[in-house]
Design a binder for this molecule. Structure first.
Ligand SMILES: NC(=O)c1ccc[n+]([C@@H]2O[C@H](COP(=O)([O-])OP(=O)(O)OC[C@H]3O[C@@H](n4cnc5c(N)ncnc54)[C@H](O)[C@@H]3O)[C@@H](O)[C@H]2O)c1
Length: 283
């Protein structure tokens, strides 16, 4: 895929605007689509603020910001996917929503366009089955924050073709990221390993083994993690963490993945982490 082709990103939340940012920075024309015009406005401001930060750090030549932002068009209509060579979906982590969106995308995207999902845990095979082009459906799991993190987990569904996989692996390298190809099992690799650790940290908090600060400090200083598991959960979004644990629990049927009741309570209270200014820590 070349920079002459357009990329559509569905969802302008923390992941969607990050994905739009890295493609625009690599020279691609991007259309960022969201049902909420507020989310699009916030998404564009986040891209602008992150580009400023890169300029200050000296990782982006001064003066590139306007050209990069100029490559990001926005729309509240899914019709805008019509001229994209690849659509990357990054909407809320909800199975039924993603299933409906892929059935719609299949009708609206041009023939031959790749349909990728940034899902953290939902089956690519099941998403692909909602379309008439399962060979062109693939997982492209970016890490948060997208402009900073190197990895993209590329998930091959049962029907994903080798041609689609090769094109997505190459595209990932074109934007300066490192792809790792994995198979389609609940949570793939990243969240299959990460979420049980986060969940266990929440159990430690619930049982009073330590305070949020103590638990995070043990993991930072003791295991050399750049941030503690509870701070990381706040960054990911506690609603997203809960949704991923539910997929692991349902999909693998092992009680070790049962979401901690305290995590459920926080989500029920609307304490979703950084995005709501309150999670295990306050922001
Ligand atoms: N947060 C993370 O750390 C992280 C990391 C990797 C992958 N992901 C995955 O990325 C996806 C998005 O997560 P996020 O953290 O960016 O969520 P978010 O809540 O920040 O953003 C989701 C966006 O989707 C939009 N949306 C909802 N329904 C829509 C629809 N029908 N059409 C268009 N837009 C719609 C919402 O308005 C919102 O702007 C999820 O699948 C999540 O699992 C998240």
């Amino acid at each position: 895929m070349t920079t002459g082709e357009r990329i559509a990103v569905l969802g302008a939340g923390q992941m969607g605007n990050g994905i739009a940012h890295v493609f625009a920075q690599s020279g691609f024309a991007v259309t960022m689509i969201d049902v909420s015009s507020d989310a699009l406005t916030r998404g564009r401001s986040t891209i602008a603020a992150n580009l400023d930060r890169q300029s200050k750090k000296g990782t982006l030549p001064a003066g590139d910001k306007d050209a990069i932002l100029g490559r990001v068009a926005t729309s509240t209509s899914m019709d805008a996917v019509g001229d994209a060579a690849i659509v990357i979906e990054a909407v809320t982590e909800n199975r039924d929503l993603k299933f409906k969106i892929f059935a719609d995308l299949d009708r609206q995207a041009k023939p031959g366009a790749i349909l990728a999902s940034n899902t953290s845990s939902i089956s690519i095979t099941e998403i692909a089955a909602r379309t008439q082009r399962p060979e062109l459906v693939i997982g492209m799991h970016f890490m948060n924050p997208v402009p900073v993190m190197q990895l993209v987990e590329v998930i091959r569904g049962l029907a994903t073709s080798s041609v689609t996989t090769t094109r997505v692996l190459e595209l990932t390298k074109t934007i300066g990221k490192t792809p790792v190809e994995v198979q389609d099992y609940p949570g793939f690799v990243a969240n299959r390993v990460l979420m049980p650790m986060i969940n266990e940290a929440v159990y430690c908090l619930m049982e009073g083994v330590g305070s949020a600060e103590s638990i995070d400090t043990v993991m930072k200083l003791g295991m050399n993690h750049p941030m503690g598991p509870l701070a990381l959960a706040d960054l990911i979004g506690l609603d997203t963490c809960l949704a991923i644990l539910e997929v692991l629990y349902d999909g693998l049927g092992d009680p070790k993945y049962r979401p901690c009741p305290l995590l459920k309570q926080y989500v029920a209270a609307g304490w979703l982490g950084r995005k709501s200014k309150r999670g295990f820590h306050s922001y």
